[in-house]
Design a protein around this ligand. Structure first.
Ligand code: SF4
Ligand code: SF4
Length: 415
């Protein structure tokens, strides 16, 4: 017998002229709009333990990643970084550009929405930029209060080949396009007399996902990704902040928060066992937690991995078919089938439902923290082991430390 429907979410399609899509949310997975959170805890952690960008906090492993890429991935990543760098650099200073006309003095939300679709974005939403999520090193950089959240879909077919070089083309190619589109959208906003600051997806000012959820553009999946009603976890996210008058959207309950606990395919299929099955409260938010130190080496070694993206039924089949199926059949569409759960890993082979690759312990030994922290940790290990350090090693350590500090501890790039 079909389940009782609690409410139906109505969303515009991925183009303005598309028909409205209707997503039923069954009674047993209805929850709260957005994400369960304790506001005072979110504020506390933001104030006392502000987040920091991985470009700084995880700079050691980001640099190390390049040493485990295959030659093909290495070559492609170099090409991508070269092609993408001008966009990322341009975005960094967009907040300083003055509009050349006087402000039109009216709400321009619908103008921006229309232009976003024209530029090729598949979804757009509006909310307040939540400074509680801003990275410590970016708090002063963020200038304006209104946040325009734009989502660009990465290619469907290439995504289904994850993990693969083909899928990396989709992943990084989408960022190149998105950066360019964001710069164009910022120009458009300035033509109304308002400022526009582009927050590149490759030099984030914050985790963008909470603001996308607040703008009603999806909910947080157990895989740690935005589950968009249009592209599941295939959405690549960017934000533009502005002082233009905007009308903000509201968070939505798509039923994802509870549905994930019925599904858990991403957690079961993660080759690194890096996604917790149970939800935990973390920094004031209830969610399944990704264990970074388990994910990172597998992701870097195996073409970005992202099995957790590939096997998500909402990514593979779309949110509406998945939620329709849940209402009608009480099952997670595709769960337990090779079609959804199967994946291949280079040199390890194919893994169907119930099968996972195994890795040596050495897979999970990799540089941690910032570059200077990692260098210091290695030096300290030598001291603790009573192995040294020799005068030459001490001198080499100091020279390298000096170089790191002179160059800066940041590694700009994308994941
Ligand atoms: S990227 Fe791979 S290793 Fe990391 S969480 Fe996803 S499935 Fe697991
Ligand atoms: S695979 Fe299932 S549990 Fe994981 S994010 Fe997708 S819907 Fe949620």
């Amino acid at each position: 017998m079909p389940k009782k429907v609690h409410h139906v979410v109505r969303r515009t399609g991925t183009r303005l002229e598309d028909p409205i899509i209707e997503i039923p949310v069954a009674e047993d997975i209805a929850g709260v709009p957005g994400i369960p959170q304790i506001e005072k805890d979110v504020s506390f952690y933001s104030r006392e333990y502000p987040l920091e960008t991985q470009n700084i906090e995880k700079a050691a492993d980001r640099e190390w990643s390049w040493s485990v890429y295959t030659p093909e991935v290495f070559e492609y990543r170099e090409l991508h970084e070269k092609a993408n760098a001008p966009f990322v650099e341009a975005a960094a200073t967009t907040g300083d550009i003055e509009p050349t006309v006087e402000p039109v003095g009216r709400d321009i939300t619908e103008d921006i929405r229309r232009k976003s679709y024209e530029l090729g974005f598949g979804d757009v939403g509006f909310t307040r930029y939540d400074r509680r999520y801003a990275f410590a090193s970016k708090k002063r950089w963020v200038k304006f209060q209104g946040a325009i959240c734009v989502a660009l879909e990465q290619d469907y077919a290439q995504t289904q080949s994850l993990p693969s070089l083909e899928a990396e083309y989709a992943h990084f190619g989408t960022y190149e396009t998105e950066n360019e589109q964001c710069l164009a959208l910022a120009d458009f906003i300035r033509s109304f007399g308002y400022h526009a600051q582009v927050h590149s997806p490759n030099d984030n000012s914050a985790p963008f996902l909470p603001m996308f959820v607040e703008a009603g553009m999806g909910q947080l999946g157990a895989n740690g990704q935005l589950l968009s009603p249009h592209f599941g976890s295939r959405a690549r996210l960017a934000i533009i902040t502005t002082d233009a008058p905007l009308t903000y959207d509201e968070p939505v309950d798509y039923g994802v928060h509870k549905f994930c606990q019925e599904c858990l395919v991403c957690s079961d299929r993660c080759p690194a066992r890096a996604i917790t099955r149970d939800k935990v409260w973390y920094r004031g938010v209830e969610k399944n937690k990704l264990i970074y130190d388990r994910c990172r080496p597998v992701m870097s070694t195996y073409e970005g991995c992202a099995v957790c993206m590939k096997v998500c039924p909402i990514q593979r089949y779309g949110m509406k078919p998945v939620m329709d199926h849940w209402v009608e059949m009480g099952e997670v569409l595709g769960k337990g089938t090779d079609n959804l759960e199967g994946f291949s890993i280079r040199e390890k082979g194919y893994f169907g439902p119930g099968e996972l690759p195994s890795f040596d312990r050495s897979m999970f030994e990799f540089p941690k923290g910032t570059k200077d922290e990692w260098l210091f940790a290695q030096f300290k290990e030598k001291v603790d082991d009573g192995e040294g350090p020799t005068a030459e090693e001490t001198s080499a350590f100091l020279t390298e430390l000096k170089e790191i500090l002179a160059k800066g501890t940041t590694t700009i790039g994308d994941e």
